[in-house]
Design a protein around this ligand. Structure first.
Ligand code: HEC
Ligand code: HEC
Length: 203
């Protein structure tokens, strides 16, 4: 009797384990698939042509967020023609593999100092901490890490939430009340955090 009751449960367990294995990304495969992305994302200091701001650091970013971001470019919820073109042909598995590869990089301090007022940013980050953490490394998988990201990219992202160029209900609500000065201060604070994102280095 016990055996009969246990068997369907065991089968369910096996099915859900198999599902988890299939969905998880393979970092080795992701490394190969990232080759087309490396021309922009694996070059320290590389910038977007117009408007000029740094191509975001992806090394150490959370896997779940990477997949969300790539899907947003595919769907056009995030407007950027180059990234739309690059994300367009990726399958679900490609995105999972690339995300697993990017998430595998170790944190490090950004190699150069920030321009803005770090202390002023720290004083203004109270509403951000719940999701992004005190140091820009929040715990929940869908909240991107901000620590060590390029300062001008963070400013651009916040401006894009305000203008609606980047559509996200949570973040437009958070960005709308910020002044230009608030944005500059917060970007400086998160960019300056020592346990931060790194530029991908492909050998
Ligand atoms: C021609 C340069 C270029 C190439 C090639 C490129 N990207 Fe990007 N990528 C950018 C720029 C610029 C941005 C910032 C766009 C914006 O402001 O939304 C970006 C943003 C991203 C983001 C969002 C990061 C964040 O913090 O939200 C991800 C993820 C990403 N790229 C992954 C990839 C992947 C994967 C590939 C290859 C399949 C790729 N990129 C190829 C220039 C490039
Ligand atoms: C309730 C949770 C929450 C709070 C609070 C919050 N954020 Fe976010 N943040 C998110 C989510 C979710 C995203 C990803 C949205 C998307 O996919 O575009 C995000 C994205 C961002 C990005 C873009 C990162 C990237 O890599 O492109 C920046 C910059 C940012 N937040 C800054 C802030 C700042 C500054 C505050 C405080 C004023 C704040 N956030 C408060 C949830 C939150």
């Amino acid at each position: 009797m016990t055996q009969l009751l246990l068997r369907p449960f065991a089968i369910l367990m096996i099915c859900s384990l198999a599902g988890a294995v299939q969905a998880a990304g393979n970092p080795e495969a992701g490394k190969t698939k990232f080759a087309t992305c490396a021309g922009c994302h694996a070059i320290p200091g590389y910038t977007n042509a117009y408007p000029t701001y740094h191509v975001p650091r992806l090394g150490g970013q959370k896997a779940e967020y990477i997949v969300v971001a790539l899907k947003a470019y595919q769907a056009g919820e995030r407007e950027h023609s180059t990234m739309h073109a690059n994300a367009f042909q990726l399958s679900e598995q490609d995105m999972q593999d690339i995300a697993a590869y990017l998430a595998s990089f170790e944190s490090a301090a950004a190699p150069y100092p920030v321009q803005g007022n770090v202390a002023a940013g720290k004083a203004k980050n109270a509403t951000c901490i719940a999701c992004h953490g005190e140091d820009g490394n929040g715990n929940a998988p869908i909240y991107p890490r901000l620590a060590g990201q390029y300062e001008d990219y963070l400013r651009t992202a916040l401006q894009n939430y305000q203008s609606g160029k980047r559509k996200n209900a949570i973040m437009s609500g958070m960005a709308n009340p910020l002044s230009k000065q608030d944005i500059a201060d917060l970007a400086a604070y998160y960019a300056s955090q020592p346990k931060g994102l790194v530029t991908v280095q492909q050998e």
